[in-house]
Write a protein that binds this ligand. Structure first.
Ligand code: GLU
Length: 288
């Protein structure tokens, strides 16, 4: 398999390749919609290509009706894409559930390089052992309980963690938020790349796809800034060039809480059924 980092493949006149990566675990809300609209606009302004990727690895939460709904709702919003699960393209499949071979290969390489170790801890164990409080939307810092484990425990499923060097600092320039720096031990610790149920964790699947699909800029919400720091470590470990980053401010409700699917945030579907005009919704969404 040919593996190239962001920016090297042809994509539009400029070589810009952006992506939209919704998870079909519910209906899209206005927060997603604005991020996707900004991603779409950034690609269009640069004569680039938009890739729609279906992040459907979480089989317990993803549902085919939400895949159909996200495609319909994005089209209603006026978002278009050149590559995706419904239109195909040179990097098909665009459903993460169909890309396990790519994830396994990257996992195998990381394991061979000694970047990973098996971990028996459950999420609850980690939460209980974490000494520092962590932001609500991020995982607690792993206390290192299984760091010296060499082999997975026999007869027990385990996860696999990426070993972050003590004191590692990840710095990057963000297109929307400016200079960013994150520290091991303060902002993140060793993180899971492979789950006990045999599925790659978000960080690994996302990095593999962004690299193999030649994505040159990742546009996502600001809640994922620390995730980006972890993903940069994976890009580097795998020898792939990292894309540019653009983290959009989050949409909040009248109480200042950010919108989330689990909070029944007003979905695009509801707005549409109530007769909202997409152009009116988009009006007022400006970059940054
Ligand atoms: N599927 C992920 C989500 O919806 C993608 C996030 C990203 O990498 O942009 O949160």
């Amino acid at each position: 398999m040919e593996v190239r980092g962001g920016g090297l493949r042809a994509g539009g006149e400029s070589g810009y390749r952006g992506r939209l990566a919704p998870s079909p675990t519910g209906l899209l809300h206005q927060g997603h919609a604005r991020t996707f609209w900004i991603a779409h606009q950034r690609a269009r302004e640069r004569g680039g290509v938009v890739v729609l990727r279906n992040d459907d690895l979480d089989s317990g939460r993803c549902r085919p009706e939400f895949v159909r709904a996200m495609i319909e709702d994005l089209r209603w919003l006026g978002v278009t894409w050149e590559e995706g699960p419904d239109v195909g393209g040179p990097h098909a499949p665009y459903d993460q559930s169909g890309r396990m071979a790519c994830y396994r290969e990257a996992f195998g390489r990381l394991r061979e390089m000694g970047c990973l170790y098996p971990c028996r801890c459950s999420r609850q164990d980690v939460r209980r052992a974490a000494s520092a409080p962590h932001p609500e939307d991020d995982e607690p810092i792993y206390p290192g309980t299984c760091r010296d484990l060499k082999e997975p425990p026999p007869g027990r499923s385990c996860s696999w963690r990426f070993r972050v060097e003590a004191g590692a600092r990840v710095a990057f320039e963000d297109g929307a938020c400016g200079a960013q720096a994150f520290l091991e031990g303060r902002d993140f610790g060793d993180f899971v790349v492979w789950r006990p149920d045999g599925v790659p964790a978000y960080h690994l699947a996302c990095v593999v796809d962004d690299a193999l699909m030649g994505i040159t800029e990742v546009v996502r919400g600001q809640d994922l800034l620390r995730s980006t720091a972890r993903q940069i470590l994976l890009f580097r470990a795998l020898g792939w060039r990292e894309p540019c980053w653009y983290h959009c401010p989050l949409v909040t409700d009248e109480h200042g809480h950010r919108l989330a699917k689990r909070h029944d945030a007003l979905s695009l579907r509801t707005l549409r059924e109530r007769g909202t005009v997409a152009a009116a919704l988009r009006c007022g969404w400006t970059e940054g």
